[in-house]
Design a protein around this ligand. Structure first.
Ligand code: SAH
Length: 352
């Protein structure tokens, strides 16, 4: 099997080229082509034909195929369904704001975390993405849309901290001055709360924003919707967030999905404010995006406003997330599911 060249760091690429008897500086040239979205070695015009052929025999360049693309008529949000080399599919959502473009990336095919409200986890985890496959979502969304992406959020399909090594390698590639050169402050990583991995990430002292999917401040209701809470309960998770802040100096952001009758009680707002008290935190209230299979409903607008008011009265800053792309099902895992259901036995059907 040919090696996945785009998942290599510049240093690794330099070693590979040295093995092929090539000077080190070639690696930089190739790295630049790859991170610019070049799809074939044949197009790397500053390399000799012989080297291009040699590279093609040794390495593979990943190129995802767009199998579905939906553009919101309301706000220009673009949702891509990509097909990877092995036929599996993942989604990305490209959002346009006045301050630039953000992309929401997938880190895994499917998800093992089992959150009750989420479409991505319904068929379980199929496999983790390679660093190149995360990078490709950026490179090829830019290529297709002609837009420049200035912010990256790891908030699509999958649990990034369940794919820790590949996600960190992807971030290193994304950040590299000879590559996409995107600053860590323009990256957010969202997790359901795998505490040991949050602590490991904190030790790296990266300047990215950690976003924690909290969705409930009490163990009973959180465990009912998020199985991970049974392993790492709320207080342990919040301790890890405090540690994250103390090591990185970065304010932690909390996602809180408003689910009717499950997470929107006034007592939960008070408990949440109490537990976050004194912490450098920000709460993002997200109206649940109804997924047919889950049977859960979004909270009413009044309930959301009341919840926000209680938090603010207790000194916790909270915003209600603006819904982008609501006409194109632009939330986690829904496009992939719809595609799988419609095309049974199709390339990305994995029996989910
Ligand atoms: N696994 C990571 C990242 C992927 S999910 C995590 O759990 O954070 C991205 C965010 O969307 C999470 O906050 C997740 O809880 C939320 N989410 C999933 N399904 C949703 C739905 N149906 N409605 C609203 N938010 C949802």
């Amino acid at each position: 099997m040919r090696e996945d060249i785009k998942s290599l760091t510049l240093e690794e690429l330099e070693q590979r080229l040295q093995t092929l008897g090539e000077p080190k500086f070639r690696a930089k040239q190739i790295f630049k082509w790859l991170h610019g979205g070049t799809e074939r070695f044949a197009d790397m015009t500053n390399l000799s034909n012989a080297l291009r052929e040699r590279l093609d025999e040794t390495f593979e360049i990943t190129v995802p195929k767009i199998v579905r693309k939906q553009v919101s008529k309301l706000d220009g949000t673009i949702k891509y369904l990509w097909q990877l080399a092995d036929g599996n599919c993942v989604e990305s959502v490209l959002m346009q704001y006045h301050h630039g473009c953000s992309i929401c990336l997938s880190s895994e095919v499917g998800c093992a975390m089992g959150c009750k409200f989420c479409a991505s986890t319904i068929g379980g985890l199929v496999r983790r993405l390679a660093p190149s496959e995360m990078l490709d979502q950026i490179l090829f969304a830019e290529k297709d849309s002609g837009l420049t992406i200035s912010n990256v959020v790891l908030m699509g399909i999958g649990e990034p901290l369940d794919n820790f090594d590949n996600v960190l390698k992807f971030l290193e590639l994304l950040n590299h001055p000879n590559g996409r050169n995107l600053g860590m402050r323009h990256v957010s990583l969202s997790t359901c709360g795998i505490v040991p991995k949050i602590l490991e990430l904190a030790e790296r002292r990266l300047q990215l924003t950690l976003s924690v999917s909290l969705h409930s401040p009490d163990d009973e209701s959180r465990s009912a919707i998020m199985p991970i809470n049974k392993a790492y309960p709320v207080d342990e998770l919040l301790d890890a967030c405090r540690k994250y802040f103390s090591l990185t100096g970065r304010r932690v952001s909390f996602e809180y999905t408003m689910i009717d009758g499950v997470s929107d009680h006034e007592a939960q707002a008070k408990l949440l404010a109490e537990k976050l008290g004194g912490m450098a935190a920000h709460v993002n209230l997200i109206p649940l995006n109804a997924v047919t299979e889950t049977g859960l409903r979004a909270s009413t607008r009044e309930a959301i406003r009341r919840f926000q008011t209680i938090l603010e009265e207790h000194g916790v800053t909270a915003t209600v997330r603006r819904t982008l792309g609501s006409d194109i099902d632009a939330s986690c895992g829904q496009l992939r599911r719809a595609y799988e259901k419609k095309e049974e036995g199709a390339p990305c059907g994995h029996g989910a």
